[in-house]
Write a protein that binds this ligand. Structure first.
Ligand code: CO
Length: 193
């Protein structure tokens, strides 16, 4: 069973490795990712947010299971990013925190779908923002890294709160040590990367 991880879990800062294999288990894992995303009312989710260190993310701009396309991007590469737009973002791994983030307005994305078919398309608007946010996750980058200095100060207290909660959970044995988490990541990489 996959579980959503929250800041400051180390896997959120881990640059994920390219996927070289898609099997039945991976398809199940991606299905679980969609369930988790809808449960938490999200519009996008990167694999490392459920502690899988592989370059995969999912998106559904409608945020609802019955509506909108269920998109899967494997080994995504963003090219020809142009224009600029600023809008409010949040993140399932930082619940309750929001902030204005500048992104490119239009991007071209190349990736593979879960069916193995190549995706090569130009995207703009909300989906372009989701894709840039999720692609950042795969590199270990969070939207809070892209906030203005003023906005960063505004969320500082909340981040300390997350850090304190994380430390308590770890002391209670609910989250593994750094070594244990690194071992878990290596196991997934041995299987899929
Ligand atoms: Co996020």
């Amino acid at each position: 069973m996959l579980q959503l991880i929250t800041y400051p879990h180390p896997t959120l800062r881990y640059p994920s490795k390219p996927l070289v294999r898609v099997d039945a288990q991976l398809k199940e894992l991606v299905g679980e990712m969609f369930d988790i995303m809808y449960q938490h009312r999200g519009v996008g989710l990167a694999a490392n947010q459920v502690n899988l260190p592989i370059r995969v993310f999912i998106a559904n701009p409608s945020g609802e299971k019955e509506t909108g396309p269920e998109l899967v991007f494997i080994n995504p590469v963003i090219k020809r990013a142009t224009g600029s737009s600023e809008s409010e973002e949040g993140c399932l791994s930082l619940p309750g925190i929001n902030g204005m983030v500048k992104r490119n307005k239009t991007i071209h994305i190349n990736a593979y779908g879960i069916d193995g078919k190549e995706i090569d398309m130009q995207v703009d608007g909300f989906l372009a923002r989701i894709i840039q946010h999720e692609a950042d996750h795969l590199d270990g980058v969070l939207f809070i890294d892209r906030l203005s200095e003023e906005n960063k100060r505004q969320v500082e207290e909340d981040l300390y709160g997350f850090e304190a909660t994380f430390d308590m959970k770890r002391k209670a044995g609910l989250i593994g040590t750094d070594d244990k988490l690194a071992e878990d990541r290596k196991r997934w990489e041995a299987k899929y990367c």
